[in-house]
Design a protein around this ligand. Structure first.
Ligand code: ACO
Length: 437
């Protein structure tokens, strides 16, 4: 068997080094010994945007971006989406195994028990303007939960951690629904403990004067599947933020609020909203080729396309396409789907996209389903944040239990001025004659 090591020859000093390789990676700290002399700090790696840096070891989610594979705790996403409920998958992601029937019953009961939010948190929501973006309201309100549960700062207490995890998963849909009702000026609807996680969310969103909200079972199941697909995705931008903020031992509400803020950006979870805007802007199928020309000339990005990790079809997008058919049987087919299918058809054949391995990602079709189900585009990213909370929390717990993890603190390559003397205000901008020597 070949030796699992890397030999390095430093041409500056002609010294050689042997760096061990574990799990296909070298430890960046092993490079620090490579120095030109005793005053040299040692070699670092420069990797803006973490293009080739593993920041942790994780046993939660596996992705093979070249083959288009996604697994939670070893289970293929396709099987979980077909056979499980979202809360069952949440249990799997958080605790490592699928629950037994009694464990699932207890877990669902615990989450359901935590769906109410404190009345003061409800009042907090009142302070937002009617046109505030739901993601801004969500992130701020989740941060405000930190003030309602001060014990959450004891992040090394496993029981208290578990309590905050249940609270966050239980309360996310409630806060999300309230941001929506607030923007419409509608009264808030309290959680209904007899309904499933997604049915209860739909009730809090759309119940009006009827005594009990009856969700369409096909739409409730489609939403549950979408939640499963969005539950975790290893070290993406928002999860990296969750781990990074959590590494300072901030409480989980503040860390989740920070992760939600990262998710809101159009290059991450905010892309689903942008896809709908893009489809509206294109308007009809015949305008697609002209739009694609603008994308190829670099004037625009095709939103919902491309991924840092997937260089193949995002498996989640395939499942979403399948779920879309079920939803459209209830709601009627969306005209936007034809535009999206035409964009995809051209992209998959066009050299620009083929060469760069750009395929539809999870956000490309999700917005079309959400809109058909009755969601407004500005709440799409909130629909992403609800299930991703599970992944954020699982990754946060894993990070806290990892003895190798410390406060996240990258290095930099300094490119600024060398040392220079302070210049008093009155002398700045005045040309100083160079002394004649
Ligand atoms: N449309 C057109 N060209 C694209 C797109 C796109 N959507 N995505 C990437 N490219 C091009 C880039 O211009 C670049 O071309 P070049 O080599 O000629 O410069 C090449 O493909 C590589 O792209 P990068 O930006 O280097 O890839 P990176 O891994 O940094 O970015 C990202 C990934 C941010 C997802 C990018 O593909 C993108 O902006 N997509 C659109 C936004 C989007 O859909 N985001 C959701 C991602 S999924 C999620 O977060 C849930």
């Amino acid at each position: 068997m070949p030796k699992e090591a890397l030999s390095i020859l430093d041409e500056r000093t002609h010294a050689t080094y042997e760096i061990p390789i574990h799990n296909g990676a070298i430890r960046a700290m092993d490079l620090r010994q490579i120095k030109t002399g005793p005053d040299d700090f040692g070699l670092m790696t420069y990797d803006p945007a973490f293009m080739n840096t593993a920041s942790c070891r994780s046993a939660i989610t596996f992705i093979d971006g070249d083959k288009g594979i996604l697994r939670y705790r070893g289970y293929p996403i396709e099987q979980l989406a077909e056979r499980c409920t979202f809360l069952e998958v949440a249990y799997l992601i958080l605790f490592g195994d699928l629950p037994t029937a009694p464990q699932l019953k207890e877990w669902v009961g615990q989450i359901t028990h935590h769906t109410m939010i404190h009345e003061t948190t409800k009042k907090f929501l009142e302070g937002f303007r009617y046109d505030a973006h739901p993601m801004g309201m969500l992130a701020s309100t989740v941060a405000a939960l930190s003030t309602a549960y001060p014990e959450s700062r004891h992040v090394h207490d496993p029981e208290l951690r578990r309590l905050q995890i249940m609270r966050l998963i239980g309360k996310m849909p409630t806060i999300a629904a309230y941001t929506y009702r607030h923007s419409l000026g509608y009264p808030y609807v309290y959680p209904d403990n007899e309904l499933s996680y997604t049915e209860n969310f739909m009730s809090m969103l759309w119940k009006m004067a009827e005594p009990k909200y009856a969700a369409d079972p096909v739409l409730a199941r489609a939403l549950d599947i979408l939640f499963i697909l969005h539950a975790d995705h290893e070290q993406n931008c928002s999860t990296n933020v969750m781990r990074s903020v959590g590494s300072s031992h901030a409480d989980p509400y503040l860390a989740t609020a920070a992760a939600a803020a990262a998710l809101s950006g159009p290059l991450h979870g905010g892309a689903n909203e942008e896809v709908l805007r893009m489809l509206d802007e294109i308007g009809s199928k015949d305008k697609v080729p002209a739009y694609m020309e603008k994308v190829k000339s670099g004037q625009l990005k095709l939103m919902g396309f491309g991924h840092r990790v997937y260089k193949n079809y995002d498996p989640r997008a395939l499942i979403i396409k399948w779920a879309a058919d079920k939803v459209f049987e209830v709601t009627g087919r969306s005209a936007k789907l034809d535009i999206a299918l035409e964009l995809e058809r051209i992209a998959l054949e066009d050299d620009y996209f083929v060469k760069r391995k750009l395929y539809p990602n999870v956000d490309f079709y999700s917005g079309i389903i959400y809109q058909a189900m009755g969601f407004r585009p500005d709440i799409f990213t909130v629909l992403f944040a609800i299930p991703r909370t599970v992944g954020w929390l699982a990754q946060w717990e894993e990070m806290l239990g990892d003895s190798e993890q410390k406060i996240a603190r990258p290095r930099q390559v300094y490119t600024g001025q060398a040392v220079r003397d302070f210049m008093p205000l009155e002398k700045r901008g005045v040309e100083i004659a160079t002394p004649v020597v």
